[in-house]
Design a protein around this ligand. Sequence first.
Ligand SMILES: NC(=O)c1ccc[n+]([C@@H]2O[C@H](COP(=O)([O-])OP(=O)(O)OC[C@H]3O[C@@H](n4cnc5c(N)ncnc54)[C@H](O)[C@@H]3O)[C@@H](O)[C@H]2O)c1
Length: 428
Amino acid sequence: MKIAIIGLGHVGLVTACCLVNWGHQVYGFDQDEKKVKQIKEGVPPFYEPALDQLLQDTLASEHFLVHSTLTEAISQCELILLAVGTPISTEGKLDLNQLWQALEDLVSLPILPPYLLIKSTVPPGTTTQIYHRLQDRVEDVICHPEFLRQGNAIEDFQHPNRLIFGLHHEDSQAVIQQLYHPFQKKSHLFQYCTPASAELIKLGANAFLATKISFINQMANFAEQVGANIEEISIGLGSDPRIGPQFLQAGLGYGGPCLPKDLTALSTLAESPLLASTTQINEQQPHFLLQRIESELGDLKGCPIALLGLTFKPNTNDLQASQAMYLAELLLQRGAIVQAYDPVIKDTPCKQLQLAQTIEDAIKGSKAVIIATDWEDFQQLDWSLLQRFRISNLFDGRNLFPYKRAQKLARIFRITYHSVGRPTIRVE
Ligand SMILES: NC(=O)c1ccc[n+]([C@@H]2O[C@H](COP(=O)([O-])OP(=O)(O)OC[C@H]3O[C@@H](n4cnc5c(N)ncnc54)[C@H](O)[C@@H]3O)[C@@H](O)[C@H]2O)c1
């Protein structure tokens, strides 16, 4: 199929490369000229594991053509995928400016492809609003929400657990089957529903996941008060198939470009007290760790601290709504000298933050070490380094070390180990 993709951010670019890999011809458009130039040179504008090689292979196939303005080539396409950004506004609503602008650009073209698929996350009613605007020029406008996770985006695209389509016409299923031809024999993956339901499935999924995290974090905070261990509680809760083990890892809380944004959007739209509490608990979570650090180390003014991890989660270079960055800012506000190390971050907007080249450089001269992002590198942390640099306190904000292992390591290397919702391990 010939497919146009408007918006080559995380969603659009990964989608483009994967679709070419399935044999489609893709025309990619992004208004950001710098981004377009970079993509044409085979360099992804963001970090995503394995994307650089996939992009280079995709470009070499000559089935991916990239432009900074919409061209008439679009009229030869069978469908358009719209993947522009929908950030959150100051009023807590999804900002649809990029989407309306893209639509205006489309309307000005003499011929439009028959199908428009909206991959951007939008509030209920948006897809149908677009359909009414374009009704006499297209067959259907379909809401097709995206569920890929940054850091796992290619794998998620190639092995989806569901494909949701909010349609205005049942006939539109035929074009969807062509688009997703590798899954033609996996009919259980496809869910067809109304556009409004598809829009709400997307917002609901992220709001639910965020709520699960805030739930376990609140349980963790209470577990600390009563001397229980959240690791054991998570295993006990997650073994119930109605609950499931995922997103039950207590820690500093969620962040990134999707969970906080989609949760806030749904919370505002639905005026939901439940979702408002989810946000509030998440905002508090770094403060709990900060209190623990202060009660252990005392006044943080002038205190050198090593912070391991800055991104909102591992395998991405995204700092948006990162709880690790938030914790760094809280520490700096208290006057601490923060030496941060992150495997992929080489610069941040926070100028007071000192960036170390290696874990060792971050730890050297620090009074304590904090783990703020669950990068695999930190799971392999060499505790003898801590001992060598006379670190007596490790604050594990992501519960990266299973409790029994942490007990053993703490004893061997004589380090006090603090985590979230689990008793502190002290070595006399
Ligand atoms: N990033 C994720 O992990 C993720 C996951 C699921 C869903 N989503 C949703 O998918 C959508 C896209 O997300 P993203 O992370 O790729 O966004 P992004 O902001 O990284 O990329 C959007 C791209 O669209 C381009 N753009 C904006 N207006 C344009 C126009 N008029 N014409 C051409 N290009 C235009 C921008 O220059 C940018 O490159 C959002 O609605 C987001 O909520 C994102």
